[in-house]
Design a protein around this ligand. Structure first.
Ligand code: BES
Ligand code: ZN
Length: 905
């Protein structure tokens, strides 16, 4: 399947718009017309005969009453005579509407609300002629508790008093819940905001405060005009927040905000904020587009963070951290999220995708840039190596028949929400990494700069990116890239030797042979399903012969190709350095040669070797027992990512075994893990790097839980005791392991203690660690308590759905959790943020028995539940795959037999 080559609109535009504040880019109106979707085809889209240019917005929230009052004056350009202005509004009570002409004359409009479409019609008795008008609207709304639109968040201070704050979360389609607006990403406009707040409170918006005065006992804050930008990037936060001192990056003051008393948790986040901002200004060659940069920690937050221009919001775990008490993974998470959101200030905020089908232009780029920035900041973290784990996550979903292309049609808001997934983020970023390496980093950066300059303050599509990259690389990019973006799935490259030739053959990788095996909730659209699919695959091969390694590069465009091999062949490694987005299936002799000299492979190459071998075993084209044998070659592996993929596969196998077979499997795990775990011990070595510290934690956890090793469990109790006496006595990287082992072996008293520790934690990471430990106990009564807490108000709704899914992932709690979900679905639907509910359902993929699978399918189909896009189909297909793997149980049990004779000392 090839898409026709389209001449991009942006291609002819070469004038570089000046990058100054609040500039209006002269944008040909026809830009929009070309994109205009037919209303008949898509009633969710707004008509384009009236376009907004600027909003003057005044909002007055009442935190105690949980309400807000608003006034907005929208300067609009009427392009066609009309008596009907259509814009978005949801859960707003619009009281008055009137249109004012340039001469001051005005006429009142009648307001009609179309709830299902979240649209408001302003109807005029006499049609408005083309020209500029100001549309005046007054409205009221409620500060909701669903963590979207304009919502209310609460927190307790140290004395236990509850305080409130108000925050916004507009992406993808929730600005319309805070003020009536043209809530689609390509209706860019300038925003001039005024907030009217309680004088004891602070308020933050996208830009600097221009004026502050007291009026009728209220504080009135007026903010500078924003740049021309999309509605989903508007933000305001009101509460008693405290800021750090600003740090200057060029002209930009950078501050970090949190609720009072968290100052000591800000330095690390601020450091990466400053470092990544500098990095991006250099990489993009364009100054930061805002006038200040605030990063705000919000106690209740649906996702990880949100890239509102100049006022980035975060959940607390993603920005507030105590560097001395956090694990490597927790620090990396903060660095990632901060760098990611900062990257968006250009990719997303300055240049925005035209519509949600192109979300990858925002999110894949931000993810890719996040890696570059963190890698530049702390090269010793080897961020690109760890990125292998993200690429592997994308491979998992993209190996389903129910996957989707990176760019995928979006109509209803629910489908826009469903775009925020591993395909947009991780597959998108992987594909960018592949093309960056193929074109060369400097050429690629040149293309990126050209793209940002050409579309600054505007919108762009994938083909615009191709044009810019093509200019920089001087090659036709669409042929190379279209299949990766517009086609589902990815290739599996079979490699073998015949008559002194190396043969390479590509076909689409899927776990299940037959798409019909997974006909699910909705009709499945198998794009390119059974017909042959091809990709242009940049392949880098390392051929070692007579002790010498040589690299060969080729672009595999056809189904197969072959190349001559040198005499004295020792080994062939395909996907050298691991940047390619494809899997490799070696013939057994080639695989043996690689396994016999694993030291010759880099960590990412070993990672891919294991990951591909596991996927191929799950697919069923090579025996599972062969994979289990392969894992024996990695007993002395020292890379944490390679271990992550090994342990993940063990976890999946553990899930398909009945309880009687688990002890043998535990012995198998001890056999595989024991040597490295023993080698690393419990004490960090002087001068050891952070990655080894993290590995130690993970090996201890695996040995103690999946391996059910009694000595490790006893040692964890001692270590926890030592930690209780002196927090500095234990390396932070060991704490997650210790806590989770103690939960695994713990009783009601331990449960109470951990719950108390969750309530009184000093850092967001510690709070999270103890909260999630509550999903790791094994007793039914304790897991029941955990589930109950998810809907009785004891824990935040930002966390509750993830806790439910964690219990589903616990083999001792999965039945319980599934019953709980079924019984309480309506309450969860009412209480949890939308995306939380969707993520929670990801937990069903762990319900790996035939009976549960049947029940899960019945539930979702009888309740006619949709999770947007293809989300549910994907979860169900993943479940199908593990249940099918359970069909191999007999072989597995036979393989494990000798291990059941191994006894623990
Ligand atoms: N733009 C997203 C936030 C978002 C996510 C809005 C989902 C609407 C729906 C933000 O840039 C983002 O990607 N956040 C990530 C963290 C990031 C480091 C991958 C998140 O929230 O998980
Ligand atoms: Zn993002």
């Amino acid at each position: 399947m090839r898409l026709p080559l389209v001449v991009a609109r942006g291609g002819l535009r070469s004038a570089v718009p000046p990058l100054c504040f609040s500039i209006e880019r002269p944008q040909g109106e026809d830009d929009m017309d070309l994109q205009m979707p037919s209303r008949a085809l898509d009633p969710h889209r707004l008509p384009r005969h009236v376009l907004p240019a600027r909003y003057d917005l005044r909002l007055e929230p009442d935190l105690d009453q949980a309400t807000f009052a608003g006034i907005v004056a929208i300067a609009v350009d009427v392009h066609q005579r009309t008596s009907d202005i259509v814009l978005n509004a949801a859960e707003l009570d619009i009281a008055t509407a009137c249109a004012e002409a340039a001469d001051g004359s005005s006429c009142e409009g009648r307001i009609e609300i179309e709830d299902a479409l979240e649209q408001a019609h302003i109807l005029f008795r006499r049609p408005l002629d083309p020209g500029r008008r100001t549309l005046h609207l007054t409205f009221n709304g409620r500060l909701n508790d669903k963590l979207r639109g304009f919502y209310r968040s609460t927190y307790r201070d140290t004395s236990g008093t509850i305080h409130r704050l108000a925050a916004t979360q507009f992406e993808a389609t929730d600005a319309r819940r805070a003020f009536p607006c043209w809530d689609e990403p390509d209706f860019k406009a300038v925003f001039g905001t005024t907030l009217v707040v309680d004088p004891t409170m602070t308020a933050v918006a996208n830009t600097t405060v221009m004026s502050e005065r007291v009026e009728g006992g209220k504080k009135v804050l007026r903010y500078a005009d924003t740049i021309k930008m999309s509605t989903y990037l508007v933000a305001f936060i009101v509460g008693r927040l405290e800021a750090t001192e600003p740090q200057q990056v060029g002209k930009t003051p950078v501050r970090l905000w949190a609720v009072p008393g968290k100052r000591q948790l800000t330095p690390f986040g601020l450091e990466i904020a400053v470092a990544s901002l500098k990095f991006f200004e250099g990489y993009y060659g364009i100054p930061y587009p805002g006038d200040k940069l605030d990063l705000l920690a919000i106690p209740d937050f649906a996702s990880g963070a949100m890239e509102n221009l100049g006022a980035i919001t975060f959940r607390e775990t993603a920005i507030l951290v105590d560097e001395r008490r956090a694990t490597h993974a927790e620090l990396e998470r903060v660095a990632d999220v901060v760098a990611h959101e900062n990257a968006h200030m250009w990719f997303g905020d300055l240049v925005t995708m035209s519509w949600w089908n192109g979300l990858w232009l925002n999110e894949a780029f931000a993810t890719f840039m996040e890696m570059l920035a963190v890698d530049a900041w702390k090269p010793e973290w080897k961020r690109w190596e760890t990125f292998g784990v993200s690429r592997a996550a994308a491979f998992s979903v993209d190996g389903l028949w129910s996957t989707r292309p990176i760019e995928y049609p979006v109509r209803a808001p629910k489908d826009a929400d469903a775009m925020f997934d591993v395909l947009t983020y991780e597959k998108g970023a992987s594909v960018l990494r592949m093309v960056e390496q193929y074109l060369g980093p400097t050429v690629f950066r040149g293309g990126v700069r050209e793209y940002l300059r050409a579309h600054a303050y505007g919108n762009a599509d994938t083909k615009d990116l191709w044009v810019s990259l093509g200019k920089a690389a001087k090659i036709p990019v669409p042929e190379l890239m279209d299949a990766w973006i517009f086609q589902s799935g990815y290739p599996l490259v079979h490699v073998g030797v015949r008559e002194n030739m190396l043969w390479l053959y590509q076909e689409r990788f899927t776990y299940l042979a037959d798409p019909d095996a997974v006909t699910t909730s909705s009709s499945m659209n198998i794009s390119g399903g059974r017909q042959e699919q091809l990709w242009q695959i940049p392949i880098q091969i390392r051929i070692t012969a007579n002790g010498k390694a040589e690299t060969t590069r080729l672009l595999l465009k056809e189904t197969e190709t072959h190349l001559e091999l040198p005499k004295g062949l020792e080994s062939v490694l395909v996907n050298e350095e691991g940047h390619g987005f494809y899997r490799v299936d070696y013939s057994p002799p080639l695989m043996d040669r690689l396994l016999n000299n694993l030291n010759a492979l880099s960590p990412i190459e070993r990672f891919n070797l294991v990951n591909d071998a596991w996927a191929i075993a799950v697919k069923g084209i090579r025996p599972l027992t062969g994979y289990l044998d392969l894992t024996a070659r990695f007993k002395s592996e020292t890379n944490k990512n390679v271990w992550a993929v090994l342990l993940d596969s063990f976890q999946t196998l553990y899930r398909i075994l009945g309880s009687g077979d688990r002890p043998a499997f535990e012995a198998f795990v001890r056999d595989r893990v024991g040597s490295t775990a023993g080698e690393l011990g419990w004490a960090p070595q002087r001068g050891e790097d952070d990655l080894v510290k993290q590995l130690r934690g993970e090996m201890v956890a695996a040995f103690g839980k999946l391996g059910n090793d009694k000595a490790t469990q006893a040692r964890a109790v001692e270590a926890y005791q030592a930690y209780r006496e002196d927090a500095a006595a234990v390396d932070p990287n060991l704490l997650p392991a210790i806590v989770s082992i103690l939960a695994y072996t713990g009783d009601a008293a331990r449960y109470e203690e951990f719950f108390w520790r969750f309530r009184s934690a000093a850092t967001p990471q510690e709070e999270r660690r103890y909260l999630f430990s509550l999903a790791g106990f094994r007793q039914r009564e304790l897991l029941e308590q955990t589930l109950a807490k998810t809907i009785n108000g004891e824990i935040r709704t930002q966390d509750a759905p993830f806790l439910v899914s964690a219990v589903m992932n616990n083999v001792h709690g999965r039945e319980l959790a599934w019953e709980f979900v079924k019984t309480n679905w309506d309450a969860m639907d009412r209480l949890f943020p939308k995306q939380g509910l969707r993520r929670m359902c990801g937990g069903i993929t762990a319900l790996a028995t035939r009976e549960l699978e049947r029940d899960v399918r019945d539930f979702f189909s009888s309740r006619k539940i949709s999770l947007g896009g293809k989300t549910l189909d994907q979860y169900l297909e993943q479940l199908r795959i593990v249940v099918r793997l359970k069909g191999e149980e007999k072989d597995l049990i036979r393989y494990l037999k000798p291990f059941s004779w191994l006894r623990q000392e």
